[in-house]
Each structure stands twice: as structure tokens, then as C-alpha cells.
Design a protein around this ligand. Sequence first.
Ligand code: COA
Length: 387
Amino acid sequence: MAEYINPDYVPEPEKVNTKKGLEGAVIDTSSVSKVNADTNTLMYRGYPVQDLAELCRFEEVAYLMYTGELPNKGQLADFEKKERGYRDITKANLDVIRLLPKKCHPMDSIRTATSFLGAEDERIWDNSPATDLDKAIRMLAKIPTMIAADYRFKKGLDFIPPNKELSIAENFFHMCFGKVPQKEVVKAFDVSLILYAEHSFNASTFTSRVVASTGSDIYSATVAGIGALKGPLHGGANEQVMHMMIEIADPKKAEQWMIDALAKKRKVMGFGHRVYKSGDSRVPTMKKYAMSMAKVVNEPKWMQMYESLEKVMVEKKKIYPNLDFPAGPAYYMMGFEIDFFTPIFVMARTTGWSAHIMEQAANNRIIRPLSEYIGAPQRKVQPLSER
Ligand code: COA
């Protein structure tokens, strides 16, 4: 037995107040965004997200995320020139995406392709603020190209190269479908990117900050964030919402479906939130744009179903929809395959992750929490011959 172990030592039971799921734990300061559940508001760098969605394009919000300020015209022109110049991906990265199993989830594809992007960057260990900003813009530009390439390959179609004359939202439609849809559809998509861009210390952002806190690089931290976002309790919920709506099929059946689901204590995707308890501040904006798009594409059924499901859940449980609830049917009406909904979330959230990773690096202390031990008490190791 090791000499330093006292065989008679019986530890005191630990008296700690564990915070399951880190609920209510404030673990650092941040100037990126503020979720205020009491006033049902969300601010990015001090700006209400609803106003950003109405008045800005996603590119302006990305600039805001990275620098802390909205760009003026000249700054935006320079930023967009740089982002558009970075949109192409290498043939090697394209081959990696092409070689992935056709049936793998697109979140696995974008996680792998982003990891490859990091491996291609010779500045991988240069975590200086200027290089990290450049890497963040590189991801902002290339992640949509990588997702669209995967979209095309999974359907057995040819890759469509990015068009540098188009905005991020327009170009994504172009790369997936070979055309840009009506302006209302593009606006609804752009709004979804703005609303999905950032949400304080949620699971994926916290994950990427933990990785950044070890001194690792921005690509690795982003890849970790993608892994966390994939889960159905986080970003994966927007896909589950649409699967649920397809299962219900008919808006007239939605009310009874929800009553049955609640009776069976089923967790209904797209509802509930750890922080917001009386409604997600992003939902009214997304709902408004999903509604107006439903008219343009002449597909009223999903938003009718939305209204019925929401009504029953709020009446019976006082649990409100989160952003994934309107985003799911919105992406479906835009024509995207369901398993691409969460990768689209990645396109948006790369901005928030990068802002947090850079903030963590600028004022870092390694993140290392504690746990309350509930395992076996200290015991003797029996040699194998005696077990
Ligand atoms: N459907 C049905 N009941 C729900 C619910 C939902 N979507 N979300 C929460 N509840 C209920 C729980 O069953 C629990 O009830 P109980 O106290 O009777 O056991 C209560 O509300 C509290 O929920 P809890 O799971 O403890 O909340 P949480 O803060 O740990 O989890 C979420 C938050 C978001 C993970 C959770 O609401 C959820 O799983 N929602 C569905 C997935 C989703 O939409 N995720 C996207 C989040 S943006």
C-alpha cells in the first residue's frame, strides 16, 4: 500500500451545495451579450436583438460581435470584402466533405470540416487578438461553403462555388439550391442568423470558453462548440421540432397531440428554457418573419400548427416556445432538409462563439470547477491473485 495513505482515514461527508447543470452559477464576466429573463430582453453588446434583426444585416451583427461596435459604411465594406474573399475552401477540404459517409449527420460533417480548416491554418498556435479575429472571419466565410458542399454531396449533386457578389444569406441559398429566393425568404433567413448569433453562457458557448481557457486554439474551441450544439436539448431541438410537426401532420390534430404528449409527460422540443421562464425574447421576431414567409411561399399549415401547439402548452403548463420552435418550420418552408437546421445554427453561432473565445483569451484563467464526490470510500487495493 502506498505509504502516504492513512489506512484508518475516514473522510468527513462533504458539505457542499452542488449546482446541477450549473443552474444559477455565475462563472465569469462578459461584455458580449446580456439575457435578461425578468424583462424578457436580449442585448448584443448593448443593442436589443429585436432592433438588430429589424435594422441590420447578419454581416453587421457579425462585425458587432467581433469588435464590440456596429460598423459604419466604410468599415462594413472592408469587412465584407474580406469575408467574401475567404469564402472558397480548398480542394482537400472539399474532398474530406465528399469522402464522409453519405448517411452521417451534417453536424458531424461540419464538425469534421471545421477541424480540417484548423489543421490547414499554419497560424494554428498564434492566438494573438489580430490573428484570432482573422481566423474568426475565415470561419464565418468558409463554414457556409462547407455546409452547402455537404448539402449538395449528400444529394448526389455537384458543388456550387460561392458567389462573392451576394450577401452571406443570399449566397447560402445560391450554394445549396443554385438560386436566390424571394426577398422575404432571404430576410427571414437573415433574421434567423441574427437571432441565433449569440446567447451568453449557453452550453456550446461555455464549452468553447472552457477549451479556449486551456490555451488551445480558436478552431478547436469552435469544434467543441459544434459538438455541444448538436445535442437535442440544445441546437438539435430545431430539427426535432420539425420532425414533431411532420408526425402531427394536420394542424387540426395539433391540440389533441399536445394534450396527449403532456399526459405522457413527453418533453416537447422547442419549448422551455433554462433562463427564460416567461417567454424567449427572440421568438416574437422569428415568428413574425416565419408568418410572413408562410404567406409568400403559400404554406400556411406549419404556422397554424405552431399556434395550436403553443396555445395548449402555455395554457396547460405555462411553458413558452424557444427560438427553435419558429426556426424549425421557417427553415423547412425555405426548402432545407431537416438535418441541416442545426448546421445553419452553426453558421450563425460561430460569431458568438468567436467573440467569447476571444474574450476568454484576453482575460484568461483556466476553467476548472469541482465536483462533490459520491463514490466508494477509500478502500484497499487487493492484488489480482486475491480478487
Ligand atoms: N416539454 C415538456 N415539459 C417541459 C419542457 C418541454 N419542452 N421543458 C421543461 N419542461 C418541464 C420539465 O418536465 C420540468 O417539469 P417538472 O418540474 O414537473 O419535472 C420543468 O418543466 C422544468 O424543466 P427542466 O427540464 O428542469 O428545465 P431545464 O432548465 O433543466 O431544461 C431545457 C431546459 C431547454 C433543456 C428543457 O426545457 C428542454 O429539454 N426543452 C426541450 C428542448 C429544447 O427545445 N431545447 C432548446 C433550448 S433553447
